[in-house]
Design a protein. Structure first.
Length: 524
């Protein structure tokens, strides 16, 4: 009986190792064979270590199987690997995101893996629990040395032979379950680094000047899109007309493809709300919202996404300086109503509207009104099989975004107003077998739309500014432009701004018009 339990325990450990490391099956036959031996040996050593410790064995085997099942599922289905960003998503996710990914198949797999963990823990107790400590220490010591030698030797050999995919597949940052605590440690480290940025200098403390008359302060609306890929916007040359309303919109300036600061919301929002730049990642100043507050603007942050929570502590600090912060439910179009209720007939407003946009699962982000491209149904576990359906659903979500942006513009058409739209990042839609965003570096995840609209009243008040904006169309743009352009659109000059990144030209002498120079406010 003891022998049978020992063999069963060893078999389950080997199966776990082989199943929970799917990255090795993209190699050739030799690479697969050898890497399987390596990961099985590593799993065996960890099972011997933790299976001998009462209490710990139950936590180890259940968590190892749950984590291994989840990582294998997301790698196989979405091409997502275990790294800092995937761990950040796990710790910072919200109910909307969980519901987008939760299927009965995933639930069943997680249940089976949990049961498997309990079985392994029970077997480890029977097999290792009563082994004399000295004997156990001797056997484990020899096994540990053998496994270490096998791992190091294999790594060195594959490195020497320049078989990069083979040695990368067994790197400790990719081998389950070792990759998980390594990614968690990186997340903790990065969170610590992020907290250092909470005390960023306030841009309002630097000398700045309002260069438009107080009664001519415009309403500036910044729409923060979600997962919108520039190549799927009809106005950017996409074969489908996914932006019919924007294509017919007067006074709309399309700057084409914009390079995003990051390929996750938590990273990109830092680049969109501060003066951080793509090359110099750390911001020098806190949010531009502070400058709007300083010069008498009413500031609003209205979000359709869940409360940002730990979407970086820094991100929360950046938007919390808004005078009004509101999280709303419903559809993206509800943001328009909340904006109208907030600003009424007033001017001199900054409104940030944070959309759900084209967040996965795409088919859940729009109503039948926007269901133009069909069929649009798919199964999460078979996205490659339903590849065209996934694209159809994604394009329908862009149609929804087109209508939402156009509705914001319609609400502001008779006001002195300007609307700025870009997305936090794009999404991969199956090229090279990659879906979603954030865990692999794919070009389309960093290519987002970049649009500016101005009202006739804004043009009448700021003709030189509009001329400068029009002349800038065709300029290669990135998220670096957001901070400086938004402040410029408000008619604010500041020592913290970079004129080369201000599409409004306000920072350039002679571009910003002051209707009543004596009324312009200079604040030191």
């Amino acid at each position: 009986m003891r022998t049978l339990q020992t063999w069963l325990f060893g078999l389950l450990c080997a199966v776990s190792a082989a199943v929970y490391n799917p990255q090795i099956y993209k190699l050739d036959a030799l690479g697969i064979g050898w890497d399987v031996v390596v990961v099985v040996a590593l799993h065996g050593a960890l099972a011997m270590l933790f299976g001998r410790i009462p209490g710990v064995r139950w936590a180890y085997f259940t968590l190892m199987n749950l984590a291994g099942c989840a990582t294998t599922y997301f790698y196989t289905v979405f091409g997502v690997t275990v790294n800092y960003d995937s761990v950040a998503w796990l710790f910072e996710t919200n109910s909307m995101e969980v519901n987008s990914f939760l299927t009965w198949r995933l639930s069943l797999l997680m249940g089976v893996s949990f049961l498997l963990g309990l079985i392994q823990a029970s077997l480890s107790k029977r097999v290792l629990g009563d082994v004399p400590l000295k004997r156990y220490a001797a056997v484990f010591g020899v096994a540990l040395l053998a496994v270490a030698g096998l791992y190091k030797g294999s790594w060195a050999f594959f490195k020497y032979m320049d078989w990069q995919p083979t040695y990368e597949a067994i790197s400790l940052s990719r081998v389950s379950p070792i990759s998980i605590p390594k990614a968690i440690r990186m997340y903790i480290h990065e969170e610590g680094e992020s907290e250092k940025l909470l005390d960023l200098p306030n841009p309002a403390d630097a000398p700045s000047q309002l260069v438009v008359a107080e009664d001519e302060r415009p309403t500036v609306v910044f729409i923060i899109g979600e997962s919108a890929q520039a190549a799927h916007f009809g106005i950017n040359g996409y074969e489908r007309q996914t932006t019919p309303r924007l294509a017919a919109m007067p006074n709309l300036l399309n700057y084409g493809v914009c390079r995003s600061f990051g390929n996750t919301t938590r990273v990109s929002l830092i680049g969109m709300l501060t003066d951080a730049r793509i090359k110099e990642r750390k911001p020098q100043h806190a949010s531009f919202i502070n400058l709007f507050n300083k010069h008498g603007y009413e500031t609003y942050f209205i979000s359709r996404q869940n409360k940002l929570g730990r979407s970086g502590h820094l991100t929360d600090a950046l938007i919390s300086c808004s005078k009004h912060v509101k999280y709303v439910k419903g559809r993206d179009i509800e943001l328009v109503r909340h904006m109208n209720e907030a600003i009424g007939d007033t001017s001199g407003n900054l409104v940030l509207l944070h959309m759900v946009g084209s967040h996965f699962s795409y088919k859940h982000q729009y109503t039948d009104q926007y269901r133009k491209f069909v069929p649009d149904d798919y199964v999460n576990e078979e996205l490659s099989k339903y590849h065209q359906n996934v694209i159809n659903a994604y394009d329908n979500s862009i149609l929804k975004t087109d209508d939402m942006i156009a509705s914001v513009i319609d609400a502001l058409r008779d006001k002195n107003a300007v609307v700025f739209y870009t997305s936090d990042h794009g999404d991969s839609l199956g090229k090279r077998g990659v879906f979603l965003h954030g865990t692999t570096v794919e070009q389309e995840q960093y290519e987002v739309p970049f649009l500016l609209w101005y009202s006739d009243a804004f043009k009448a008040a700021r003709p030189q500014t509009v001329a400068h904006m029009q002349a800038a169309v065709g300029t290669p743009v990135t998220h670096d432009f957001i901070y400086h352009t938004l402040v410029g659109l408000a008619g604010i000059r500041s020592d913290v701004l970079d004129a080369s990144l201000d599409l409004s030209g306000t920072m350039q002498s002679g571009v910003a018009e002051v209707a009543q120079p004596e009324a312009a406010a200079a604040v030191q």
